[in-house]
Design a protein around this ligand. Structure first.
Ligand SMILES: NC(=O)c1ccc[n+]([C@@H]2O[C@H](COP(=O)([O-])OP(=O)(O)OC[C@H]3O[C@@H](n4cnc5c(N)ncnc54)[C@H](OP(=O)(O)O)[C@@H]3O)[C@@H](O)[C@H]2O)c1
Length: 352
């Protein structure tokens, strides 16, 4: 699809195109991917906020986005390394990792207008509350259920199925962004119950930390029955909290969310059969938390398994498995090596 044909499609369905400036704060995988699609629309001006290194990369190679068969390219992007220009933005999408929020939110407060909508796209729970505690802006959540990978310098690609879950709202600018993504090939679903979407996504993200702790590629990890039992128990802890909190977690998998622990506890031959979709991953793929640990970065674990531990305290649900996973990640973040085989690790994390 070319830029002009997609734009005219959009105009046919929406005569009230909205001119506005969109700030993408956190020009990484998700920010460049989503912003790169929005930049195809002639009514939108996109400003990217991020690190020097990615700014230089985009200046040299331009920004490319692949969505299925579609290839969207642009040679020039507006890129800023300080947040001062946020003053110009009519909508702000925050696409940094959750660990960057405590430092970033005061910057947004300082530079952004207090009436502009802010959309937080992090994994994890408790994110919107962090913004709301410090800002008077309208704050929205959006969930990214698919993976984005950088294929080559400046080129970001949707690497798995799934639609962007966008807030269902009367805000016309946010409605417009949703239509722009759809018209340029990214499936979007406008969602009323974002809490359910957030809680269901967390259920899946509980494996990010376990994968990092295991040191194994995802597929190999999922074929280890002891580690599946650990994951099943971590999920059960979260599902028990969801039940107490009266939140029905959204299902992202072929099987309903609350079946996942039972599926994980199946003997491996049966699990292979039933979880074919779950196992259809590149043999060497690992969670991005594994990358963070390898790079010596602080991980998002406190917004994932750590959030389960905190919610467990509030709802009176014991969460020993998630707490044990958090502890191991904290050791890894501090440069320690675990040196444990699968059996030692699963015994350390969980014994039935
Ligand atoms: N990537 C995926 O496939 C995927 C899928 C679903 C959900 N998510 C979630 O989406 C969120 C973003 O993930 P991501 O993979 O896009 O992360 P990412 O590639 O690390 O991108 C975030 C970028 O923001 C930069 N940044 C941090 N603080 C900043 C600040 N104050 N001002 C400007 N830039 C700043 C980071 O730089 P530094 O690294 O130097 O801090 C990094 O370049 C995470 O919560 C993640 O869990 C990601």
């Amino acid at each position: 699809m070319t830029q002009s044909s997609a734009t005219s499609e959009l105009e046919k369905t929406d005569r009230a195109a909205i001119h506005c400036t969109v700030g993408i704060v956190g020009a990484g995988a998700i920010g460049c991917f989503l912003g790169g699609i929005l930049a195809q629309d002639k009514h939108l001006e996109i400003q990217f906020f991020g690190r020097d290194s990615i700014g230089n990369e985009l200046a040299e190679y331009g920004l490319g986005v692949n969505v299925g068969e579609l290839r969207h390219r642009q040679s020039h992007v507006a890129f800023y390394t300080s947040q001062a220009t946020l003053l110009e933005c009519d909508v702000i999408l925050v696409t940094v990792k959750a660990t960057a929020l405590p430092q970033l939110i005061p910057q947004i407060k300082k530079h952004a207008r207090s009436d502009v909508p802010i959309v937080a796209l992090q994994n994890g729970i408790g994110v919107a509350a962090m913004f709301e505690a410090q800002l008077s802006n309208p704050v929205f959540r959006a969930i990214v259920p698919f993976n984005v990978v950088k294929l080559s310098p400046g080129v970001f690609s949707k690497a798995s199925g799934g639609e962007l879950l966008w807030p269902q709202t009367g805000n016309r600018r946010l409605q417009y962004l949703s239509r722009v993504w759809s018209s340029f090939g990214l499936p979007v679903q406008d969602v009323a119950d974002m809490q359910s979407a957030e809680y269901g996504k967390l259920l899946l993200n509980l494996n990010n930390a376990l994968n990092a702790v295991s040191g194994l590629p995802l597929r190999q990890q999922l074929l280890e029955p002891d580690l599946r039992r650990v994951l099943a128990q971590a999920m059960t802890e979260w599902l028990t909290i969801c039940e107490k909190a009266k939140v029905k977690p959204r299902t992202y998998t072929a099987a309903p969310a609350h079946w996942l622990p039972s599926i994980l506890r199946l003997p491996t031959p049966l699990f292979r059969l039933i979880a074919r979709q779950m196992l259809a991953i590149e043999p060497f793929a690992r969670s991005s938390m594994w990358d963070d640990v390898q790079a010596g970065r602080r991980t998002e674990v406190m917004y994932l398994n750590g959030a389960v531990v905190n919610a467990g305290i509030i709802h009176g649900v014991p969460t020993p498995v998630n707490a044990a996973i958090v502890e191991l990640i904290k050791h890894l973040e501090q440069g320690e090596k675990l040196n444990k085989d699968v059996h030692e690790l699963s015994a350390l994390l969980f014994s039935e």
